[in-house]
Design a protein around this ligand. Structure first.
Ligand SMILES: NC(=O)C1=CN([C@@H]2O[C@H](COP(=O)(O)OP(=O)(O)OC[C@H]3O[C@@H](n4cnc5c(N)ncnc54)[C@H](O)[C@@H]3O)[C@@H](O)[C@H]2O)C=CC1
Ligand SMILES: O=C([O-])CC(=O)C(=O)O
Length: 325
């Protein structure tokens, strides 16, 4: 049996975590042979509810759960943690943009960045889910100067999976046959789901769909999917967000088997002309616990315009929270 690893999950009594925690415990994220110690963080008013989650976890008698810590102290939750999934943050309601959450949530990530810096494993892999995820990841990174910036990422996998699902439905082919999808930029309405390189059953997707559908239906549907779920459900997506978080961390830890995925990662300003000091989503493959960017793709003028629009939005968000960096 492998040695247990520590997985910290914040917002542990919230909607998304109610799906994530049980899947991590079942081995969906790190493998069916990897025991985990769950380190669950909440705020004081939610500790009663978190206690209920812990009771349910115990009732599952999961063979892989080697320990559970439930706490309202980030210094305890992040102690020696190998993985951290930062979900705890306010969700948006109808009519809001995710950036409207920036001021409400920014402080959470400066506090948690510092706590990760001081207490987590030096190799901790961090995924920021709480919105606005990319800029919250930047705040986390800037408050954790002793950690490797490569190890702090933002979740774009839900957008990636949504894109694949839309193409699969349009073409009537299985999701597993769609490869080389890319979502660029911010997890927001400016994100750019790009089918330029995508293939379905080995053939270019752009040859199978008309450009009008791509520009007028596909792109806005993916960009607005979060808002559509809020409208339909009265609450933001939770199980699909949890599933995307599991996919992101599993592929990062165990490898993406050559498949392209989209991850919000730290930009050093040396690829695709994207400004440095942003957490910007791009095409990635993962192997041996490391992510690697796909570089050198040709970018046409439509793509460049879309990539720049989402970059500008991220730069504006960075400006708005400059004092927290
Ligand atoms: N990046 C993405 O693709 C997605 C991001 N989200 C975002 O994820 C976040 C969480 O969403 P839900 O679980 O639906 O919300 P929720 O409101 O059900 O749960 C959030 C939980 O976080 C807790 N929390 C608040 N401040 C905290 C802190 N400082 N430390 C620890 N816990 C804290 C709250 O007590 C609450 O239990 C929201 O910001 C939402 O917008 C949601 C869907 C997709
Ligand atoms: O739309 C929201 O506020 C929640 C979210 O990030 C998503 O579902 O993509």
């Amino acid at each position: 049996m492998k040695k247990p690893v520590r997985v910290a999950i914040t917002g542990a009594a919230g909607q998304i975590s109610y799906s994530i925690i049980f899947r991590v415990a079942a081995g969906d994220m790190l493998g069916k042979d990897q025991p985990v110690i769950l380190q669950l963080l909440e705020i004081p008013p939610a500790m009663g509810a978190l206690n209920g989650v812990v009771m349910e976890l115990n009732d599952c008698a999961f063979p892989l759960v080697a320990g559970i810590v439930a706490t309202d102290d980030p210094n305890v939750a992040f102690k020696d943690t190998d993985y951290a999934v930062l979900v705890g943050a306010r969700p948006r309601g109808p009519g809001m943009e995710r950036s409207d959450l920036l001021m409400a949530n920014a402080k959470i990530f400066s506090v948690q960045g510092k706590a990760l810096n001081d207490h987590a494993s030096r190799d901790v892999k961090v995924l920021v889910v709480g919105n606005p995820a990319n800029t919250n990841a930047l705040i986390t990174l800037k408050n954790a100067p002793d950690l490797n910036p490569r190890n702090i990422t933002a979740m774009m996998r839900l957008d990636h999976n949504r894109s694949i699902s839309q193409i699969s439905e349009k073409l009537g082919c299985p999701t597993t046959s769609i490869e080389k999808m890319v979502v660029w930029g911010n997890h927001s309405a400016t994100q750019y789901p790009d089918i330029s390189y995508a293939t379905a059953e080995g053939a270019p997707v752009k040859d199978k769909v008309d450009n009008d559908w791509y520009v007028k239906t596909f792109i806005p549907t993916v960009q607005q999917r979060g808002a559509a779920i809020i409208k339909a459900r009265g609450a933001s997506s939770a199980a699909s967000a949890a599933s995307a978080a599991i996919d992101h961390m599993r592929d990062w830890a165990l490898g993406s088997n050559g498949q392209w995925v989209s991850m919000g990662v730290y930009s050093k300003g040396n690829s695709y002309g994207i400004d440095e000091d942003l957490i910007y989503s791009r095409p990635i493959t993962c192997e041996n616990g490391e992510w690697k960017e796909i570089t050198g793709l040709e970018v046409n003028s439509f793509s460049r315009e879309m990539m720049t629009a989402t970059e500008k939005e991220l730069a504006g968000e960075r400006e708005a929270i400059a004092e927290m960096l």
